[in-house]
Design a binder for this molecule. Structure first.
Ligand SMILES: *[C@@H]1O[C@H](CO)[C@@H](O)[C@H](O)[C@H]1NC(C)=O
Ligand SMILES: *[C@@H]1O[C@H](CO)[C@@H](O)[C@H](O)[C@H]1NC(C)=O
Ligand SMILES: *[C@@H]1O[C@H](CO)[C@@H](O)[C@H](O)[C@H]1NC(C)=O
Ligand SMILES: *[C@@H]1O[C@H](CO)[C@@H](O)[C@H](O)[C@H]1NC(C)=O
Ligand SMILES: *[C@@H]1O[C@H](CO)[C@@H](O)[C@H](O)[C@H]1NC(C)=O
Length: 400
């Protein structure tokens, strides 16, 4: 058995950048784009279809919609805005020769062309979703926010692009299921277009994985997410207060959970994760749930390693991003802990650090892994069951 490793050395390096109150912040990105997006005029739209390599559907619209479906489409538009923001900023970083974004001349053009196509296709997805929202609300729509992404090199951007895309794939799978449940046979045309977008996002994720020199397809059945997990995770990259109408999405915003270390043996052994929640936790009535692949969620107990009182140092705030390579496994994790608020009242806990065994080897985990601290509340069959019982989450890992 080989010795285990933890992420601590990597964390220490990250912490150096973030020391003190003045965290190194990524450059913010805000809309609109030069073509008027998110509200392009007809001329700009025609130009967009050409760049994206295809038009919107001209098939008949769904005969009816309900409130749940409207929430889903608002969230899709909202999520797609973030994708457009990310790819637009990434293209600009490469084009402007920002330090860290130099690409070998033999692949630079292919990479740029591919990203430009992806960016245009994401604009189409976002516009399409917002158009559905407009149609079914008699004219109102979602607005984008200002974003800050946890990347400052091309390699980091590719890692993040993969996670961003895998999270959206997980969301679309969840929305497909909800739509079928809520609209029955009236969901036909919506399920169809969701499948078209799902495949497209899968192609993207596969390309990002190829750029990382790992197999394009991660696992036989991809990890599903939920609307709450998607919205919660996005909060890390949204500049607080910058969204004109995020509250038009009637979903709970989950308190965050941050992954600070992964410790695994060699491929035949399981390991454990260290997670930090911004509050008190109770190992007697709560557990950690893992969502990955086609298996029903795995729920395991956790141990409290330490708690930080309110007003004290917040260890968790020092983690913007965690990356490590262990044996042949590349582990990517991303998340940002909220800073501990001011406090100091007796018994007040600002954050709790826990460890939980990770059923990595037993479950043959690959691709996206979602983790949450949940209330012990019966059996978890779907990712939605986990989200419904979540106290803190999701924390994410990408396992190649
Ligand atoms: C672009 O570069 C800036 C400056 O390094 C960085 O703050 C930002 O996060 C980068 N964005 C992307 C998407 O690469
Ligand atoms: C459409 O939008 C583009 C980009 O903002 C602008 O250059 C163009 O003048 C607009 N065309 C019309 C007809 O408004
Ligand atoms: C693309 O679709 C839009 C919206 O359905 C339509 O107005 C436009 O004429 C289409 N363009 C082409 C080139 O088919
Ligand atoms: C939109 O208008 C139609 C027709 O006036 C109405 O039946 C429907 O309830 C309205 N929908 C919303 C979401 O306001
Ligand atoms: C799990 O965590 C403990 C500390 O809590 C550590 O000693 C151990 O090496 C970790 N890894 C594995 C594979 O159990």
């Amino acid at each position: 058995m080989r010795p285990t490793q933890s992420l601590s050395p990597v964390l220490a390096a990250v912490a150096v950048l973030l020391v003190g109150n003045q965290q190194v912040r990524a450059e913010p990105f805000s809309f609109p784009l030069a073509n008027g997006f998110p509200f392009p005029n007809q001329t700009a739209l025609e130009e967009l279809f050409t760049r994206a390599g295809g038009n919107f559907t001209n098939a008949p619209l769904a005969p009816r919609f309900d409130d749940d479906s409207l929430t889903s489409w608002k969230l899709q538009a909202f999520n797609e805005f973030m994708e457009v923001a990310f790819f637009t900023q990434l293209i600009a970083n490469i084009t402007n020769g920002v330090a860290g974004y130099e690409i070998d001349s033999s692949t630079r053009e292919y990479v740029l062309t591919s990203l430009e196509t992806i960016q245009a296709q994401e604009e189409m997805h976002a516009y399409n979703a917002n158009d559905a929202v407009r149609y079914f609300t008699n004219g109102s729509h979602m607005f984008p926010c200002t974003y800050q992404f946890p990347v400052s090199t091309f390699a980091e951007a590719v890692d993040f692009a993969q996670t961003l895309t895998d999270m959206y794939i997980g969301l679309l799978a969840n929305i497909q299921q909800r739509t079928a449940l809520h609209l029955g046979s009236d969901s036909n045309s919506i399920i169809y277009v969701l499948a078209q977008a799902l495949g497209q996002e899968g192609q993207q994720s596969g390309w990002f994985r190829s750029l990382r020199r790992i197999p394009p397809s991660a696992e036989p059945f991809l990890t599903t997410s939920t609307r709450e997990f998607a919205l919660g995770w996005m909060q890390h990259w949204i500049v607080p207060g910058s969204c004109p109408n995020m509250d038009a999405i009637p979903l709970r915003i989950l308190p965050p959970l941050t992954i600070t270390a992964v410790s695994i043996g060699d491929a035949s052994h399981s390991g454990n994760v260290t997670l930090v929640a911004p509050g008190a936790l109770d190992p007697d009535s709560q557990s950690v749930a893992f969502v990955n692949g086609a298996l029903v969620p795995t729920v395991v107990p956790f141990k409290v390693r330490q708690t930080s009182p309110c007003g004290g140092d917040d260890r968790a705030a020092a983690t913007d991003r965690v990356t490590t390579t262990q044996h042949d496994q590349t582990v990517l994790a991303s998340g940002r802990a909220t800073s501990a608020g001011p406090g100091g009242s007796e018994g007040c806990i600002a954050s709790t650090e826990i460890t939980a065994d990770m059923p990595y080897a037993h479950n043959v985990m690959h691709g996206l892994v979602l983790m949450a601290v949940v209330e012990n509340s019966g059996e978890f069959i779907t990712a939605q069951d986990v989200a419904d019982a979540t106290l803190y989450g999701p924390a994410l890992l990408e396992w190649s």
